[in-house]
Design a protein around this ligand. Structure first.
Ligand SMILES: [Zn+2]
Length: 371
């Protein structure tokens, strides 16, 4: 049975890999710029139309083309420009939750790199506090229907001092809701081992670790090596992308044994040309069959002009997946969430009470224990 568009739009959703700056919609960026009197960089004129046009990557764009890539980086710059003060960053996080709520998300983990929010004088800690406040406000404003937990990212171009400072700041907010530390951005120039000292700080803490690895690297071997380093040296509990994973028996065994979650980002990989264009290169069917905790995610939906509904629909088309596989992907997302057990149960509950009862006909469904 082919699932129609309505199914993907209306189904309750959980996502574990999206970036706040890459997820903030142009309409929200515009509203924030007006409210907080920010002049947006890179735009020929300060109008909402110009912003919308800037945010439209041409169809079939090739991000390995330098001009297109600069535009791609420029969009992040525009988004970050409206998130440089405590109130504007809090408002951005709130707008993000409201956007996810309108798309029927019940749970998400959104990452952001505090080092990119210090231009207006905020400290790393102030940036983290602002995001936590915005996400909490969003949770309340959505009548507790959309829970979004923050992941703190190290932008990997950071020097050792900043890298350690970001990890310490993330640890300081573990009690206040930060669920994990992540490593993101340019994997080709900055391999994961550079940030081992920062990740080591979290080894004896409840903070989880996720690492962008196996997305971009100079050679296929390096891409595999980065996944290995993320698992062995950075002790990752989650892997962002991990494109070469299905072809590596030892890594696959490690991921299964240790219940490491895999945050696959199919349309992101297609648009950035991290894969050749065929989503089947990610072998999501193999990962599901192997029992890997694989999830599908948008990564930077506003930048790519995509949504989780688009991602799920594209994956279903490419692999011939139906409701059963969609259910499994969503279930993997909730089960491998980094939030605490009560929150995980609440996310399950939210699934149960949202229209399609996606998970409710499974015999071992944890809903049953909740009555
Ligand atoms: Zn990412």
């Amino acid at each position: 049975m082919t699932l129609d568009r309505e199914f993907f739009e209306e189904m309750p959703k959980a996502e574990l890999h999206l970036h706040l700056d890459g997820a903030l919609k142009p309409k929200d960026i515009w509203a924030l710029a007006q409210k907080h009197r920010v002049t947006l960089p890179n735009l020929p004129e300060q109008t909402q139309d110009a912003l919308q046009r800037y945010y439209q990557l041409p169809k079939g764009v090739n991000l390995s083309d330098p001009e297109a890539f600069n535009r791609f980086l420029g969009m992040f710059k525009v988004a970050l420009s409206v998130m440089q003060t405590r109130t504007s960053l809090r408002d951005a996080a709130l707008a993000h939750v409201m956007d996810l709520h309108s798309r029927n998300y019940v749970y998400a983990e959104t990452r952001f790199a505090p080092q990119y929010h210090t231009e207006g004088g905020m400290s790393l800690e102030m940036a983290i506090q602002s995001v936590i406040e915005g996400l909490q406000l969003g949770y309340e404003r959505t009548r507790k229907e959309t829970l979004v937990k923050p992941i703190v990212c190290i932008g990997r171009e950071a020097n050792q001092e900043t890298s350690l400072a970001v990890a310490k700041a993330a640890l300081a907010f573990e009690q206040d809701g930060v669920v994990a530390l992540d490593l993101a951005c340019n994997e080709t120039l900055y391999p994961p081992e550079l940030h081992k000292p920062a990740f080591e700080l979290t080894f004896k803490s409840p903070l989880a670790r996720t690492v962008h690895a196996g997305e971009f690297a100079k050679t296929p071997e390096q891409r595999v090596q980065n996944v290995r380093t993320a698992l062995n040296d950075l002790k990752a509990d989650g892997l962002g992308h991990a494109i070469p994973l299905p072809g590596q028996a030892d890594l696959l065994a490690h991921v299964k044994r240790a219940a490491i979650r895999v945050e696959s980002c199919p349309l992101s990989n297609k648009i950035t040309r991290a894969i050749n264009g065929d989503l089947r290169e990610l072998a999501l069917d193999v990962l599901l069959k192997e029992g890997v905790l694989v999830t599908v995610n948008t990564d930077d939906p506003a930048i790519f002009g995509t949504s989780l509904a688009d991602v799920l629909q594209a994956v279903c088309r490419a692999y011939g997946f139906g409701k059963e596989e969609v259910r499994k992907l969503m279930r993997n997302a909730v089960e491998s969430a980094f939030c605490d057990h009560d929150e995980e149960m609440r996310a399950y509950f939210a699934f149960k009470h949202k229209g399609l009862h996606l998970l409710s006909d499974e015999p071992d469904n944890p809903f049953n224990q909740l009555g």
